[in-house]
Ligand binder design. Structure first.
Ligand code: ZN
Length: 454
């Protein structure tokens, strides 16, 4: 007798779609059976007409605990993730106080969040200007990867220079651990922001976009790739926003360098037009680019240059996203975690008429492989965690302030509609969300994922 059978779904794998029943026992995939099999289980979920993903992994999320729970905490962030169809997320070390840059911070964070998480999670550790001596110890704690900023990012999480980048890669290389970077080049951002803020074009949104233009991202990405070449350490380029940056990644991979990269739904869905239209709710860095860049970026997703897609959910209190603040003072970060899968499904399947297999690859298989979670997640294989996202491909959705389960109610996505939504989110055999509503007793069910090997 199985614990759960998911019947008659279309199992979406990176390389094709398989019609089968999924049998789960003790939280793991136990068997894949002929559709409509006679096998018995304590619970049966009917998935006829639905796509079933082997879990969805969001490799880039900021849930802000500890320290900034007024924006988001692990309960509100993971319930929104679960409702939207995310089964595993990887939380960032910044927008935390203390930031996750040493063992004490790791232990404090884990003690706080493990009682609240509703989906499984792994943690990014931080690289800042003075913690290179802590990195190996932090790896021993079980962080899945390390994140640094090449540009100013506030006092709590100072930028790294190329010396820090190089040292971090040297130290972590023997362990195969990966360092991801927010790539915008420090000098350009600093000089241009100071100058354009004081008196630019007369349109602050134009000036903001110009400060964070392609060349800041391009130069920092090139620098970081050069450090991968110098050291042989693994580098990951976070939130690639432009095809010229993706081209650097393509060339690095062709050269055999240990470089991986991600992009985000907002760069694939929107252009800078939305920043002019919405202002503060659409502010993020790097910002959205022009139409040609958006279209060009898709080619690099399709050919696998951009390995994975992460939401870069970076929440704010409503007051911090108010247009009354002006674009310079408003919070830079988007509220997107709940619609990560619905938006990508609509873009990929309905708007671009592409296969949902692309989602299984970029939001499942590849993040699991890159971040050392493949022994538990990312594929329909007997013995792996019995995660499943049952998605109705025709279910319509519209983002409203009321629909958001995050703490903040202001999202770049407000007013956006699409088709394709999770009707059931299952983590290790247990339903944590159903029909967009979150199961209240799932708080604390989510477990910490320690990478098996890098
Ligand atoms: Zn981020």
């Amino acid at each position: 007798m199985y614990d759960l059978i998911i019947r008659k779904g279309k199992l979406v794998k990176p390389d094709g779609i398989l019609e089968a029943d999924i049998a789960i026992k003790d939280g793991k995939y136990a068997a894949f059976l002929a559709p409509g099999s006679a096998a018995e289980a304590k619970e049966v979920v009917d998935a006829e007409g639905c796509c079933v993903f082997p879990g969805i992994i969001d490799c880039h999320a900021h849930l802000n605990e500890p320290g900034f729970e007024y924006r988001e905490d692990f309960a509100t962030g993971t319930r929104a993730a679960a409702a939207g169809g995310t089964t595993t997320l990887m939380d960032m070390p910044l927008n935390n106080d203390p930031p996750l840059t040493n063992r004490a911070a790791f232990e404090l964070k884990l003690s706080r969040i493990q009682k609240k998480a509703a989906v499984d999670y792994a943690l990014w550790g931080g690289i800042i200007d003075d913690n290179t001596d802590e990195l190996v110890d932090l790896k021993e704690c079980g962080v899945a990867a390390f994140k640094g900023f090449t540009c100013p990012n506030g006092d709590l999480f100072p930028a790294v220079n190329l010396g820090h980048v190089r040292r971090a890669l040297e130290l972590l290389k023997p362990y195969g651990a990966l360092c991801g970077f927010h790539c915008e080049e420090y000098g350009q951002i600093l000089e241009r922001e100071r100058r354009l803020k004081a008196g630019g074009s007369g349109d602050p949104i134009r000036d903001f976009l110009d400060v964070h233009d392609l060349w800041a991202e391009y130069v920092a990405t090139q620098n970081v790739i050069d450090m991968a070449r110098a050291t042989g350490g693994r580098v990951h380029i976070c939130h690639v926003s432009h095809p010229k940056v993706a081209q650097l990644v393509r060339e690095a991979k062709a050269e055999g360098l240990p470089v991986t990269a991600e992009t985000c739904p907002h760069y694939l869905a929107f252009t800078e037009k939305i920043v002019f239209e919405k202002g503060a709710p659409a502010k993020c860095t790097p910002p959205m680019r022009d139409e040609a860049a958006k279209e060009g970026l898709w080619e690099y997703v399709l050919d696998g240059t951009l390995d994975c897609i992460g939401s870069d959910h970076s929440p704010a209190a409503d007051g911090e996203k108010d247009n009354a603040l002006g674009i310079w003072e408003a919070w830079g970060g988007l509220n997107t975690i709940q619609y990560f899968l619905p938006l990508m499904f609509d873009l990929v399947v309905h708007q671009r008429k592409l296969s949902p297999c692309l989602i299984a690859r970029t939001m499942g298989e590849m993040p699991a492989k890159i971040f050392g979670l493949r022994d538990r997640k990312g594929a329909f294989e007997i013995g792996l965690d019995g995660d499943a996202v049952v998605l109705d491909p025709q279910k319509a959705w519209t983002v409203t302030r009321e629909s958001l389960l995050t703490k903040g109610h202001i999202s770049i996505l407000e007013g956006i509609s699409g088709k394709g939504a999770a009707v059931r989110t299952i983590v290790r055999g247990r339903t944590v969300a159903q029909d967009g509503a979150f199961e209240e007793d799932a708080f604390g069910y989510g477990s910490f994922l320690r990478p098996a090997q890098y």
